[in-house]
Design a protein around this ligand. Structure first.
Ligand SMILES: NC(=O)c1ccc[n+]([C@@H]2O[C@H](COP(=O)([O-])OP(=O)(O)OC[C@H]3O[C@@H](n4cnc5c(N)ncnc54)[C@H](O)[C@@H]3O)[C@@H](O)[C@H]2O)c1
Length: 439
C-alpha cells in the first residue's frame, strides 16, 4: 500500500516508520522544515527507544521518505493519515482542531477520488463528520473518511504499535474498512484484534480509554493519601487489588499526578464534548481537579520533608521528563514541582538522562547537572520525579555521603524505605504509611 502521513510528530513518525516496516510505501509530511531536513539527514526529532534504527533501516530500503511538500507526499497514496497535534485550546480545554482542519483544506486541493482519509490524531466525536463536510466544500470528491485512534505509549511506542492490544477502526463505508484491513494485515498475522465500529464510536473510544486510565491513576493517588493518614502501604494495597483480574495491576502506581501530551488534554476535551452534549461526566471532572491539585501540592511535600522552609535550600531533582524513556516534557509533573520550589526560595539542580534539551525550553532558573551524583552534591534534599531505570541502581550510601541534608523524597516509590534509612537518609515516599514521615 502507498500511505501518506500528514504530521511527523511522535505519532506520525512512529506510525509511519512502523507501516514502512510492515512493507508499505510511506511518505511522512510535515510543515516543520527543520524536522524534515533533520530526518532526511538521519536526525530524530524525538527520543524514543529503537526509533532511530527503525527509521534508518526503512529509509535506506526506500520505503520511508520525508517531505514538506504535501502534493508530492500524497501523490499515489491510497490512504492519507492525519497525525497532526490536537492540543487543548487555551481557556476552555476544548481540543484545538485548527491543525486538523488546515491539513484537510490543504489536502482537499490535491487529493484524488477513491482515497481514504484516516484520522489518527485524537479528535472529538463528530470531527470526522466535519472533515467530510470540509472536503465536500473544497470540491474533493469520492473520499472515504475513517477514524483510527492511536493508543501507543511514549517510551514503548514501537512495541505498542507493532504488538497492539487492539486496533480500532471507525468507518461508515466498506472501502475504508477494506483499505485499513489491508494496511494492518501484518498485525492480524500477529493476532492483534481489530475492532470495526462506527466513526463516531471510534473517536469516543480513544477519549474513554485515556479518561479511564486517568481515573485509575487518580484513584490510587487518593488511596495513597489515605495510606499516609492511617499507616498503610499503598504499594501493597495496589498489589493486593491489582492481582484481581477484574482490576489489573497497571496504572496503579501512586505518584506525583499524571502528565504528558495526552491525559491532561484528553480528559479536558472529553469534558467539553460532554458539556456540549448536555451530559455530565462527574467522575472525569473530579479526576481533572484531583490531578491538578496533586501536581500543585508536590512542592509543599518537599518543603515538609525538609522541615517546612525551603528558603536557601538546595534541592536536587532526579528526572524531568513526564515519564521514563522519553524526552517529552509536555505537562510533566516536574514543571509545577520546580516552579513551586523556586517560588519558595529553593535553589534547584536537576538531571534527566535525555530530557535536558526539551526541559530548557520550559524551565528556567535552575541548574542542569550531567549526572545523578552531581545532583546530590551539597543538596539538602533529593527528589525523585521520573523513575528512570538508572536511578533505581544508584547507591544511596554514596549519594547520602555527598549531600548536605539527608532527605530523600521519592515521588515514584522507587526505593525501599529501609534501604534509604540504612544509608542514613530520612525517607519520604508516596502513600507509605508512617514511614512517610521524615525522622
Ligand atoms: N504522543 C502520544 O503519545 C500520542 C499517543 C496517541 C495519540 N496521540 C495523538 O496524536 C496526535 C499527534 O500527537 P503528537 O504527540 O504526535 O504531536 P506532535 O506535536 O509531536 O506532532 C504533530 C506534528 O504535526 C505537524 N503539523 C501540524 N500541522 C501540519 C500540517 N498542516 N501539515 C503537516 N504537518 C503538520 C507539526 O509540525 C508536528 O510536527 C494528537 O492528536 C495526539 O493527541 C498522541
Amino acid at each position: 500500500m502507498r500511505i501518506a502521513m500528514i504530521g511527523t510528530g511522535y505519532v506520525g513518525l512512529v506510525s509511519g516508520a512502523c507501516f514502512a516496516d510492515f512493507g508499505h510505501q510511506v511518505c511522512c509530511i510535515d510543515k516543520d522544515a527543520s524536522k524534515i531536513d533533520g530526518l532526511n539527514a538521519g536526525k530524530m526529532p524525538i527520543w524514543e527507544p529503537g526509533l532511530e534504527a527503525l527509521v534508518k533501516a526503512n529509509a535506506e530500503r526506500g520505503r520511508l521518505t520525508f517531505t514538506t511538500d504535501l502534493a508530492q507526499g500524497v501523490e499515489g497514496a491510497e490512504a492519507v493519515f492525519i497525525a497532526v497535534g490536537t492540543p487543548a485550546r487555551r481557556g476552555d480545554g476544548h481540543a484545538d482542531l485548527t491543525y486538523v482542519f488546515n491539513a484537510i483544506r490543504e489536502l482537499a486541493a490535491v487529493i484524488k477520488p477513491g482515497t481514504v482519509v484516516v484520522t489518527k490524531s485524537t479528535v472529538p466525536v463528530g470531527t470526522g463528520d466535519r472533515i467530510v463536510e470540509i472536503l465536500a466544500e473544497e470540491g474533493a470528491e469520492e473520499i472515504s473518511v475513517a477514524s483510527n485512534p492511536e493508543f501507543l505509549r511514549e517510551g514503548a511506542a514501537i512495541r505498542d504499535f507493532k504488538i497492539p492490544d487492539r486496533i480500532v477502526v471507525g468507518a461508515d463505508d466498506e472501502r475504508a474498512r477494506e483499505v485499513l484491513r489491508e494496511i494492518y494485515r501484518p498485525l492480524f498475522l500477529n493476532q492483534a484484534p481489530i475492532l470495526f465500529t462506527g466513526r463516531r464510536t471510534a473517536e469516543l473510544t480513544k477519549y474513554a480509554a485515556n479518561a479511564f486510565l486517568a481515573v485509575k491513576i487518580s484513584f490510587i493517588n487518593e488511596i495513597a493519601n489515605l495510606c499516609e493518614a492511617v499507616d498503610a502501604d499503598v504499594q501493597d494495597v495496589a498489589r493486593g487489588i491489582g492481582l484481581d483480574n477484574r482490576i489489573g495491576p497497571k496504572f496503579l502506581h501512586a505518584g506525583p499526578g499524571y502528565g504528558g501530551s495526552c491525559f491532561p488534554k484528553d480528559t479536558l476535551a472529553l469534558l467539553q464534548t460532554a458539556a456540549k452534549a448536555g451530559v455530565e461526566q462527574k467522575i472525569v471532572g473530579m479526576v481533572v481537579a484531583v490531578n491538578d491539585e496533586r501536581k500543585a501540592a508536590m512542592a509543599e511535600r518537599v518543603a515538609a520533608a525538609v522541615g517546612g522552609d525551603l528558603k536557601g535550600k538546595r534541592i536536587g531533582v532526579l528526572g524531568l521528563a513526564f515519564k521514563p524513556n522519553t524526552d517529552d516534557m509536555r505537562e510533566a509533573p516536574s514543571i509545577p514541582l520546580i516552579s513551586g520550589l523556586l517560588e519558595r526560595g529553593a535553589e534547584v539542580i536537576a538531571f534527566d538522562p535525555v530530557a535536558h534539551e526539551q526541559a530548557e525550553k520550559v524551565l528556567s532558573g535552575i541548574t542542569y547537572a550531567s549526572d545523578a551524583q552531581s545532583v546530590a552534591e551539597d543538596a539538602d534534599a533529593l527528589v525523585v520525579v521520573t523513575e528512570w531505570d538508572e536511578f533505581r541502581a544508584l547507591d544511596l550510601g554514596t549519594l547520602a555521603g555527598k549531600m548536605r541534608g539527608k532527605v530523600l523524597v521519592d515521588l515514584r516509590n522507587v526505593y525501599d524505605p529501609e534501604d534509604a534509612r540504612r544509608a542514613g537518609l530520612a525517607y519520604s515516599g508516596i502513600g507509605r504509611g508512617r514511614l512517610n514521615t521524615p525522622d
